[in-house]
Write a protein that binds this ligand. Structure first.
Ligand code: CFM
Length: 548
């Protein structure tokens, strides 16, 4: 590729937007920001969580994907039935690489199964409710599961199958069969078209889990420091590494939403001492609801990056305020950081100064910048597919977010204190003391404050903009997903999938950070990318003789 004259980020933006029709350019202008430094960005809004313009090839997924694939998919002992054409079930099955460990050989783990009603034309014309009843019955007969969840795909909403009625009816019927085996059955109106992206699906999923499962069991399990991990989905085994570290520190994971989780864990979430929110986008409202209902405070954590992991562990220890735990956490950090530092000492000289771009989901485009920072790399462009303004600008903007028709479409649960089980975990005095010491509850500052001046922040980037950015800015690595991977690599830039991690991971925690360092080193320093240029581009005389 011929070397281009370096453009300023503002020129890059102009170059891209000028190719759009006026109306499209006007809309993209609000979703495409140049970072003008921390002060200037305080007053700048980004437009997010709005519909993609038809005709634009977006990175986004659908509401069904957010509900079934993201939130419920990683749970190992709920039978997840997709009510719809077989493709919806098949393509949301294991492609995200959320891992499970059922711990005992006879423990339920349905991860390897793909359950679907396989709707065909006949069901679309005459209705699919009977087929759904049969599917629920069959799943019950075969597995006797603790719970069955039903997910609506687009046609289900269009033809009006009442999935909730089927769930209620089958729950009653099956619970009458065997009084010794209780089965919970609930459904989701998560038709693919329901929201502007998968983010709507997260909300629909979480609302139903909160309504039908959370709080069912209020007995506290053993463990002195009992936490829930919210918004950690065990992609590539991340949750296993986080749990290893927590265990080592003596912190007990009460409930995981929802990497490697079980029904039981969801049911007892209300007894934890603290909620730790990993992915703010997909679950922050669940943390709020648990605080209102049971008095569990929540904090934002990040286990992506060795330093961030250490910081998050210290935050958890500080919350409990117990000297024994604080000391243990320091010991663990010191021990783990020895290996991390040794790996980094080897890798960093080769990665320092390289550049990255990250366009992923609703949280990773932010979290992974910490790993790149550790590698001495600069993130020169980043953005989310479907995050909301608070994920970019911080929670302070929540009161200013416009509620449009698409967001109004998604139910907000009204939660009240549970009179029997509400129990503030800290007194007002203790909370004040923690806050005075700089401790932040319910806080997330978003992606923008962590980015440097003169970088680009782009919401809902599309395939054309991706190609243009690469052509102009040539980052050393681009992070996105499978839809982008081969188009980007054909342009001579390695792409690291940050959704399913390609075949790699874990990348969370200390061991995960080391995995990531080594992999990024191999990717950005491989010579293979320089061979992607066609020989006739390098030697023009070849193109003259080319007669293919
Ligand atoms: Fe949260 Fe996720 Fe993400 Fe997400 Fe996702 Fe994912 Fe993601 Mo893919 S819940 S927002 S809907 S961290 S599946 S594990 S990688 S887009 S950045």
């Amino acid at each position: 590729m011929p070397t281009k004259k370096a453009m300023t980020p503002a020129e890059v933006k102009e170059e891209i937007l000028k190719r759009y029709p006026t109306k499209v350019a006007r809309k993209r202008d609000k979703q495409f920001l140049v970072h003008e430094g921390p002060e200037a960005m305080q007053t700048k809004d980004i437009q997010a969580n709005v519909r993609t313009i038809p005709g634009i090839i977006t990175q986004r997924g659908c509401t069904y994907a957010g509900c079934k694939g993201v939130i419920l998919g990683p749970t190992r002992d709920i039978v997840n039935i997709t009510h719809g054409p077989i493709g919806c079930g098949f393509y949301s099955w294991l492609t995200r690489r959320n891992q499970t460990d059922a711990s005992a050989p006879d423990a339920a783990n349905y991860m390897t199964y793909c359950f679907s009603t396989d709707m065909t034309e006949h069901d679309i014309v005459f209705g699919g409710m009977n087929k759904l009843r049969q599917a629920v019955q069959e799943a019950y007969d075969l597995f006797k599961p603790r719970a069955i969840a039903i997910f609506s795909t687009c046609p289900v909403g269009l033809i009006g199958d009442d999935v909730h009625a089927v769930a209620r009816e089958m729950k009653e019927k099956l619970n009458a069969i065997d009084p010794n085996h209780k089965v919970n059955i609930f459904a989701f109106s998560c038709e693919g078209y329901k929201g502007v992206s998968q983010s709507a699906g997260h909300h629909i999923a979480n609302n139903q889990i909160f309504t039908h499962v959370v709080g069912e069991e209020m007995k506290r399990p053993e463990g002195k420091y009992l936490i829930n991990m919210l918004g950690e989905y065990n992609i590539g085994g991340d949750a296993f590494e986080i749990e290893r570290i927590l265990d080592k520190c003596g912190i007990t994971l009460n409930s995981s939403f929802s990497g490697n989780s079980t029904y039981e864990q969801f049911a007892r979430a209300g007894v934890a001492d603290l909620n730790c929110v990993m992915c703010h986008r997909s679950i922050n409202y669940v943390a709020d609801m648990m605080e209102t209902k049971w008095g569990i405070p929540w904090i934002k954590v990040n286990f992506i990056g060795a330093k961030s992991t250490a910081k998050s562990l210290r935050k958890i220890a500080q919350y409990f305020g117990d000297k024994q735990l604080i000391d243990r956490v320091e010991e663990v950090i010191a021990e783990e950081m020895k290996n991390v530092d040794a790996t980094l000492a080897d890798v960093k000289p080769r990665t320092t100064g390289k550049t990255a771009m990250l366009f992923v989901g609703g949280s990773r485009a932010h979290h992974y910048q910490d790993l790149f920072k550790e590698l001495g790399m600069r993130s020169i462009g980043a953005g989310y597919e479907f995050a909301h303004r608070d994920d970019y600008e911080g929670r302070r903007v929540i009161p200013d977010i416009k509620v449009d028709a698409d967001s109004r479409n998604i139910e907000e649960l009204h939660i009240e204190q549970d009179p029997a089980n509400y129990n503030p975990r800290k007194t007002d005095e203790e909370l004040k003391q923690l806050e005075a010491a700089g401790f932040e509850f319910k806080e997330y500052a978003g992606l923008i404050p962590d980015m440097d001046k003169d970088t680009l922040i782009i919401d809902d980037i599309n395939s054309w903009e991706t190609e243009k950015l690469i052509e102009i800015m040539k980052p050393d690595i681009f992070c996105a997903g499978i839809k982008e991977k081969y188009a980007v690599e054909k342009l001579g830039v390695p792409l690291k999938q940050l959704h399913n991690y390609d075949m790699g991971g874990p990348y969370a925690g200390f061991k995960g950070a080391m995995n990531y360092y080594l992999e990024i080193d191999r990717l950005v320093n491989s010579k293979i990318w320089s061979y992607l240029e066609a020989p006739w581009d390098k030697e023009p005389e070849l193109s003259a003789t080319y007669v293919g």
